[in-house]
Every structure is written in structure tokens, then in C-alpha cells.
Design a protein around this ligand. Structure first.
Ligand code: HEM
Length: 500
């Protein structure tokens, strides 16, 4: 450990590095190394070695807020150019921008995500997915169940959701094999290869021409899509960005790829985890289904109004609890302090990289009661309403206000009102909070609500997830369940008594 960081609590180097080399997911490192540092020893931050450098993992919610709210003081780090992920998304998009660059791009992206949500497209997508499940692995009529690799189907749902919402393009990946989806699926293990994640310099020393050719092909398809949007504009986010004069050609390309990466695996991981937690908690599943059936009935298409948190507070709470228990982004992208700062009792020297560890904070017993228990009721008030609904509106107002920074009143509101928000932050907090959270949440609400009224589901016997959800190793701090099979049982039989 370099001398200027020696005063910080530190995770032992070799077990930590070994966990990367053996492809353990971020959630393992949180459970094994980080949460105990906070819960046993009260350390709100710890030093670790990630991607070839020493990096502070921030665990304490107050410190997290301090960092994420003060983006003038803590600026994002532009990642090294050699990783495959950087090759895919570039460095010119909003997610890595800082200072004036971010202030120019962020309002455009936020405006793009305030376009009307494509709920009818989400509904059509959910219907396709329901058909696919009903046509998968049909077992004879006395046990009409369908065992589905849900983690894969959730990815295809997310891809089609992004295709329709972002690009106005139908990949039709839920129903058909899509070469775009296949290429991306093969890119994931290459981008997440542990030695290359840990030592990005390997890309130069031990090149992987085949993987890079696949990556080029994939980026080529994205760029083709961008060009065809110019000729065929629509009501989608990409058309909005193309019509806006603020973004350069490179920024357009990088934002297009970033929105894909930031939106695809996060949303699919969240949908996969939701099915898992409700499979493991049949009573929660029943309660959630009863609410959905009472509000939506058995056939009416859900709408923006019927899918809202006031209309379906229990579903809203289940999604919140899913995102607390297995947040798809286990930590934010790194920031660095511009000047020496004190975080609680720790001096953080200028230039030290910091990541805000969302997963560890959302699992700390200092912050949550029985953090390992899946309990949606945490997010409900006694009258069954969604407790943080008002807070959400306030949070949004704050985010807007914070674009201009230093709005003391908004800051005060956050401190006094957002008690739950201080602890629940799967979309991060502050001005750089996920601009697409409503897009993701409404897609999840549509798909999960429609599945709830169509099927009941369980984990199949012998599931690798029986004891605990198994996430795969992924670059970019993503924690997503892998190889998750779900057994679906239709609630209503088709006319001929056969399900497919
Ligand atoms: C359940 C789904 C999602 C989760 C949990 C999630 C989570 C997050 C988090 C934690 C951040 C903050 C990252 C940081 O500061 O380092 C973020 C930022 C971002 N997300 Fe999401 N996200 C989701 C869905 C989406 C979708 C669907 C899109 C786009 C289609 C998207 C686009 C973005 C962008 C562009 C940023 C960067 C904002 C900025 O830096 O100003 N996300 N998201």
C-alpha cells in the first residue's frame, strides 16, 4: 500500500485478487470482505486493489451521499482505453463526462428520458414473452409446467425493450434468434474475462483478435442503426438525440453504445432477480399476484396509470426490495477527489479513486434490519401506500435543482425527507442518478405484473440458486444471476386444456 494511503483500513491484497482470478462475483467480495469491515469494525470505507490500482470502496450511506451529491469535488475517472468495454462504449458519453462536458450532455439525456414511456411496446413485449414461455418445454397436461432459462429470456426482453424504446427498432429477440443478441451474448464473457478485467494491459500483451473482431461487428451494427435512424426518424430516444445539436458525432455514437450497455444487463438482471425472489418467497408472490389481479383484472392491458406505485404499491415494494437485495450495479463508476478531503475520520488524499459500493451498503446490518431477509414490507407504510413515493418526487426535484449545484433548500429537503433514499440507492443518488430509472422501472412493472396474472412460478428442483442467488462475474460492477431456470405453471388452461 502506498505510504499516503497506509492510514486507511485495507482489505488483504491476495485473497481479494484471488477472488477476481477465480471469477467470483462482486457480491461475493462484498459479503466476504467489505460488509464485515463495516458491520464488525465500523469502517465506513476500505481500501482495495481494483483494475490495477488502489481504490477506496465507500460503504457508509452518509459518505456515499456526500460523494454522489458533490460532483464538483469528486469527478468521474475516464477509464483506460485498452479495455473491451471502453472499446465498446467509448469515453465520450454522458456516463464518463465531467464538469462542463457533463453539464452540456446530461440535460439532453434527461430530456430524452422524459419522453412518454413506451408502455404499449412493453405490453406487447410481455405478451411475446408469455407466449414463448407457454411454448417452452411443455410437459403433458397433468403437469403443464414450463421450465425456462429465465436469465436468458430476461436478457432478450431487455434487448427488445431497448430496441423499441431507444432506437424504435424491433430486434424481435424474444421470439426469434437474433444475430445481434447472439454476438452480444458471446461478447459478455470476453469483456468479463477475469485476468483482462484485473490487468487491462493484457489486451496489448496477449491480444484477442477474434473477440475484437466480434466487438467491431457488434459496434458496426449499432452504428448502422444510428445511420438508419437519420433516414427513418421516429418517436424514440435516439431520434431525439440526433435532432439535438448539443452532441457531437462521437458523443452520439458513444451515448448510443452506453445506453445499450447501461440499460441492457441492469434491467435484465433486475427482472431475473425479481423472478428468483418471488419464487423463493411464495407468500410474497401470492400477495403480489392478488394485488395485480385486483387492480388490472385478468385481461386488460396495463397502462401508465394502472402500473404506477399508487396503484400497485405491493408490486412497487417487491421491485424495490429486489433492487435492494441484488442491485444490478453493485457499485458506481469510480470518482476521484479533486483536493484532499475528510470523509468522517479518514483523510482521502487528492487523486485517490473512490467507488460507492451500493451492494455492501444495502446489505449492512448497521443500515438495514435483517438485511439478508427479502421483505418488501420495508417499503410500505402501515396503510399499504408506497412510503418513499413522495420522496421519489422530491428526489427528482432535487436532481434537477442539483444540475445547478448548491441549491441549499433542495439539499435540506434531501437531508430531512429522504430517509429511505439515503439507504436505497440502486439507481445511485444526486445529479448523476440513473436518468433512465423510470424507463427501467416501468418496463419491469409491465413485465412482472403481466407474468404474475398469467403464471405462478417456482425454482426447479436441484436449482443452483436453491440456497442463494448465484451471480456471475461481470466487468463494470454488474451483478446478475446466471443460468437461472424458473418453472412456470399457467394459472388458466387454454380452451383445449393443453398449455401450448
Ligand atoms: C434496473 C435498471 C438500472 C439500474 C439498476 C441502473 C443503475 C444505474 C446507476 C447505479 C447509475 C449511476 C452510475 C454512476 O454514477 O457511476 C446509473 C447511471 C446511468 N444509467 Fe442506469 N440503471 C438502470 C437502467 C438504465 C437504463 C435502462 C438506461 C438506458 C437505457 C440507463 C442509463 C444510464 C446512464 C446514461 C447513466 C449515466 C448518468 C450520468 O452519469 O449522468 N440505466 N444507472
Amino acid at each position: 500500500v502506498p505510504a499516503h494511503l497506509k492510514h486507511l483500513p485495507t482489505v488483504p491484497l491476495w485473497p481479494w485478487v484471488w477472488s477476481y482470478l477465480t471469477a467470483k462475483p462482486d457480491t461475493y467480495r462484498c459479503q466476504r470482505f467489505l460488509i464485515p469491515m463495516m458491520d464488525k469494525y465500523g469502517d465506513g470505507l476500505v481500501l482495495t486493489w481494483v483494475v490495477g490500482q488502489w481504490m477506496v470502496q465507500v460503504l457508509d450511506p452518509k459518505m456515499l451521499h456526500h460523494i454522489l451529491m458533490n460532483q464538483g469535488k469528486f469527478i468521474k475517472i475516464t477509464p483506460g482505453k485498452e479495455t473491451m468495454i471502453t472499446e465498446l462504449i467509448g469515453t465520450g458519453s454522458v456516463i464518463f463526462a465531467s464538469g462542463d462536458d457533463w453539464k452540456r450532455q446530461a440535460p439532453v439525456i434527461k430530456q430524452a428520458f422524459s419522453l412518454p414511456l413506451p408502455i404499449p411496446a412493453f405490453v406487447a413485449l410481455a405478451k411475446n414473452a408469455i407466449d414463448v414461455v407457454k411454448n417452452t418445454n411443455t410437459i403433458p397436461r397433468e403437469d403443464a409446467t414450463h421450465r425456462v432459462r429465465w436469465s436468458d429470456l430476461a436478457q432478450r426482453i431487455a434487448l427488445d425493450g431497448l430496441g423499441l424504446g431507444l432506437y424504435g427498432h424491433n430486434f424481435d429477440a424474444v421470439r426469434k434468434r437474433s444475430s445481434f443478441a447472439e454476438d452480444y451474448k458471446k461478447l459478455i464473457p470476453a469483456m468479463s474475462s477475469p485476468p483482462y478485467v484485473l490487468f487491462p494491459q493484457l489486451e496489448r500483451l496477449v491480444p484477442r483478435p477474434e473477440e475484437h473482431a466480434r466487438l467491431d461487428r457488434f459496434v458496426g451494427s449499432l452504428v448502422d442503426l444510428l445511420h438508419s435512424k437519420r433516414d427513418n426518424p421516429g418517436n424514440d430516444i435516439m431520434t431525439f438525440l440526433l435532432n439535438n445539436q448539443e452532441l457531437t458525432e462521437v458523443e452520439l455514437r458513444d451515448n448510443m453504445a452506453t445506453l445499450f450497455l447501461a440499460g441492457h444487463d441492469t434491467t435484465s438482471g433486475a427482472m431475473a432477480s425479481f423472478m428468483y425472489f418471488l419464487a423463493k418467497n411464495p407468500k410474497v408472490q401470492q400477495t403480489c399476484r392478488a394485488e395485480v389481479l385486483r387492480v388490472l383484472g385478468t385481461t386488460a392491458d396495463p397502462t401508465l396509470a394502472t402500473l404506477g406505485p399508487d396503484s400497485l404499491p405491493y408490486l412497487h415494494a417487491c421491485i424495490h426490495e429486489t433492487l435492494r437485495t441484488n442491485p444490478p450495479g453493485s457499485s458506481t463508476t469510480p470518482r476521484t477527489a479533486q483536493v484532499d478531503v475528510m470523509l468522517d475520520k479518514y483523510l482521502i488524499p487528492a487523486g485517490t479513486p473512490l467507488v460507492s459500493n451500493i451492494h455492501a451498503m444495502q446489505h449492512s446490518a448497521r443500515v438495514w434490519e435483517e438485511p439478508e431477509v427479502f421483505r418488501p414490507e420495508r417499503f410500505l407504510t402501515a396503510d399499504g401506500g408506497a412510503e418513499d413515493h413522495n420522496a421519489q418526487a422530491k428526489g427528482q426535484a432535487f436532481a434537477t435543482a442539483a444540475l445547478g449545484e448548491n441549491d441549499a433548500k433542495a439539499r435540506e429537503d434531501v437531508a430531512t425527507v429522504l430517509k429511505l433514499k439515503e439507504r436505497w440507492m440502486p439507481f445511485s443518488v444526486g445529479p448523476r442518478k440513473c436518468p433512465a430509472r423510470n424507463f427501467a422501472l416501468y418496463e419491469m412493472r409491465t413485465v412482472t405484473a403481466m407474468f404474475l396474472r398469467e403464471f405462478e412460478w417456482t425454482l426447479p428442483e436441484g436449482s443452483i440458486h436453491e440456497d442463494e442467488i448465484q451471480n456471475s462475474f461481470f466487468a463494470f460492477s454488474l451483478s446478475l444471476p446466471h443460468d437461472l431456470d424458473i418453472t412456470f405453471r399457467p394459472l388458466r388452461q387454454e380452451d383445449d386444456g393443453v398449455t401450448a
